[in-house]
Structures are given as C-alpha cells and as structure tokens.
Design a protein around this ligand. Sequence first.
Ligand code: ATP
Ligand code: MN
Length: 530
Amino acid sequence: MNKTNEFNLKEHGLTVSEVHHNLPPSSLYEHAIRFEKDASIAENGALVAYSGAKTGRSPKDKRVVEHPESKNDIWWGSVNIPCDERTFQINRQRALDYLNTREQLYCFDGFAGWDPKYRIKVRVICSRPYHALFMHTMLIRPTHEELANFGRPDVVIINAGAFPANRLTTGMGSTTSIDLSLEGRELIILGTEYAGEMKKGVFTVANYFAPKRGLLSMHCSATADKNTGVSSLLFGLSGTGKTTLSADPKRHLIGDDEHVWSDDGIFNIEGGCYAKAINLTPENEPDIFQALRFGAVLENVVLDEDRMVDYSNVSITQNTRGAYPIEFIQNAKIPCLAGHPTDVIFLTCDAFGVLPPVASLSPAHAMYHFISGYTAKVAGTEMGVTEPQATFSPCFGGPFLVWHPSKYAELLAEKMRKHKARVWLVNTGWGGGGYGVGKRISLKNTRAIIDAIHDGSLAKSKTQKDPVFGFDVVTECPNVPSEILRPRESWADKSAYDTTARKLAGLFSKNFETYTKGASEEVKAAAPRA
Ligand code: ATP
Ligand code: MN
C-alpha cells in the first residue's frame, strides 16, 4: 500500500500530493536517512532519531476542547486544561498550514486495542519518517486486508510538532500545544517532536471512550500464565518498572503500558513497547536489549565511534527510549489478549526507602493506594540536593485520565471484587535507608517477589501489619533475603526510619485531602497514621 499517488489526505485539509501511506519499516528507514537531518542506523540495526528540544512529554501544554457533549464527563483542571473551539481551530489550521508546506507527508493507519470488538481506528499524519516508524511500531499494524477496508478513522493525530504554536493565541502560554477534540476526534500536535506524545495521546482517547462503554482503561503492563492464560497487572508511574518487569521469560507478555479490562478479560491497547534505554544491559534486561534491532526506533541515544549504542550516555536526556513491535519479545502473546487478572500489583519506586518490598493490600487499602498513586523521584542533578520528591498521580496515570479518578477507581474496585483479584504493593525503589543512604532493591529480588506472587506462594506467606501504613507486610518470600522485607529492620537508624515514615504518611494524607469527600469510610480508614 505504498503507491503514493492513489492515496491523499484532502479530507483532512491536506493538499500535499506525495503522501506515503503505511510504508514498511525498511522504506521508512530510507526516508529517515535521506530526509531527517540527524537520523542514523545503529550497529544493532535500530533507527536512531532525535526529538529535538523536547525529550519528554509536555503535560502543561495539553488541552481538551470544552464542548457541550463531553463537558460534564471531563475532569477539568491541570490535567485536562479547557480550550475553546476557536483556539483549537487556530492551532489545527496552523498545523495543517505547516504540513501543507512539506513536499511529502507520512500517514500510518493502525488500530488501538487488540480486541476487535473494541478497537479504535487511528490515523497518524506527520512530516517526519521517524514519527511514522514510531507509530508503526506502537500501534497495532493492520493486515493488507484490514488496511484496504480501513474506511474512516475514529481518531486522527495531526503531528506538526516541528512547527511551533503561536504563543499569542488566546489561552496559550508556550509554543507547545497538544490539543484534543473529543467531538472532532482529532489530536493536534505543535511545538514538540517527542514521539511519546502521540502514544499517550491515543491512550488519553482510550481513557475517554473506555469508561463510556463500561470498560476500564489502565496505565499498567500485563503478563499471562503460559498454561492457564490468567493474567496479572503491573500498575505504576513512569520509571517504576512496568516495562522492565513485564519482560519476563517465564510468562507471556501481553503489553508493557496500556490495557483495558473488559467483561471478557484484558487486552493491550498497543502493538509495541516503549522501554527506557538508560543503562540498559544484556545481563539485566536481555529481552528488551535484543528487541532493539532492525525495525525498532531508538530515541535520543548517543552512538560511540563504532556506532554502538552507548546506553550509559545521558548527555541528551535521562529519558532515552527504545520502541519496538511487541512481537520482538519472544514470549509475547499475539493477539495481545488474556484472561481476567488474578493479581493486581501496584509498583512504586519509593526513594524514601519507607515502603516494604512487598505488602498485601485489602480492598480498602487497594483503593486508597490506587487513588493516591504514589511514587517518588530522586531529586534533579542540582548539587547537594538528595531529598526525594514524592509524586502522587491518581490511578497511577493522572496525566492521561479524562474522567475524574473516581470513575476509574470504581470500575477497578468492581472488577477486582468480581474476579477476586489479589492486590499487592511492590516497592522497586530504595531500602536500607532512603536515597543517598540505602540502595535500590535489585531487579533480581523484585523479580523473585513477582514470581512468588504469580506462583501463589506469596498469598500463603507470613505477613505483619505495618503500624503506620496499616497494610500487611510480607515477611517471607522464596529467593529473597528476609532481612530486606521489613523496611524498618533494614535501616541502621531506626529513629530515622520512624521520622521518615511519619513524614511520608503525612504527604499521603495531604495528597488525599481532595479525594476524602468522595471516599467511603473503609477507604478513608485505610489512610496511613502519621
Ligand atoms: P514508563 O511509564 O515511563 O514507561 P515504566 O514503569 O515502564 O515507565 P521502566 O521502563 O520499566 O518503567 O523503568 C524502570 C527502570 O528502573 C529501568 O531502567 C530498570 O532497569 C530500573 N530498575 C532498577 N531496579 C529495579 C527494580 N528493582 N525493579 C524494576 N526496575 C528497576
Ligand atoms: Mn514503560
């Protein structure tokens, strides 16, 4: 389907005659090498591309059109900044005007959602071959037949990210703008070339339509048991281990980031994975390492003189990434569907070193922690700053929610109850002390914990109630040294532990204030005691 003259984008206001439709990766490689100013092919075969000034998402520049039809559904505020129809049209026109100055455009038509009943037809229009290859990798690739019968897309992403928005347009504060019209079914991107913006744009759209159909969309990775097909979910904010821990040779990979829970089970929204590439090694993460080869996109990495990827080089950004089609992971299950989850795991990277490596959560604790969505970031690179920063993001995916968090929380509670899923909190962050004193729990130990959850042994393990957080800390786990399982015991300075635990409990309580009104008595009682 790469004959350029048969296909055009006139219905979208684009008059460029040379439109490359669903080019295969090899062609997109050639286009990237010819037309991108700095693309190259790494020795491992991946296409290396650079996103320019923006190397991460721009949540402060994401707007949603305020429209009578959807107005009352939306959780307005800093996540969903309202934008009027006129501002949207001005930005849209600017994006089209820019794209119309290009000699050639790329269009990729693909699906979001592996369950044919619920899949969304997504069209991506862009000017950079790197963006087209990225979305070829991240969406579900249609067969020739599906493409021939694609028809009208449900959602169109118009990526003019190489061109800035006009700062002076009403309601705009910067030259970056990511504007979503739910009624127009369009996402307009200006002023950022970070490819992840398109991927999370699709997720945002899914997060609107899924609950409307009684489905729960979730920011989580998922794996399934190779024999029984039952699944397990790993929720978590950025950097907590969703992608890393879901690449597990003992299990089937369903997906690394975005899923939907329906009455039939779970399905992945995407056709690819988007892994952090920082300090990637074949020893620690063999499955991801080998997936970064021909057909994969490596973003913002630095090559050495032999054109080998230097994964330790973060001179462009800490957020280096690799995108690869999901079938590049050998044990991926295609199609990416699985049975109902038996275990739901909340990952947190607690840089305070307070939370235990693993705790079992009651339904009320599960809701409390789902609504809280806690993780911590190690503070920036400023000299002398070692104090971790707590981050709370409802449903472990605040930036991508469209409805109020309670909508997703209620759906999760209902599904977990119905399918009797066990819930766990797993700290992939620090132990033995906070950042600067203790150290991050090893991937080996976290993997052993996840294994013990999956084989059912942890559900039978001994636990001990945490005096501050109230959940049941697991105190014995096969292949994990017991001394690390009780965080207070792992700290040399017990009073420092108590102070830090109370401090973290206080941060939880403060964050939860906005949600107390809608929360049940049981959930409120699951709050930590500072
Ligand atoms: P995003 O939503 O941004 O994609 P993510 O949840 O998928 O984030 P990962 O890409 O899996 O996060 O990142 C986890 C990072 O932490 C990886 O670089 C991994 O190597 C590192 N890491 C170190 N120790 C652990 C651990 N014990 N468990 C999980 N990851 C760990
Ligand atoms: Mn990830």
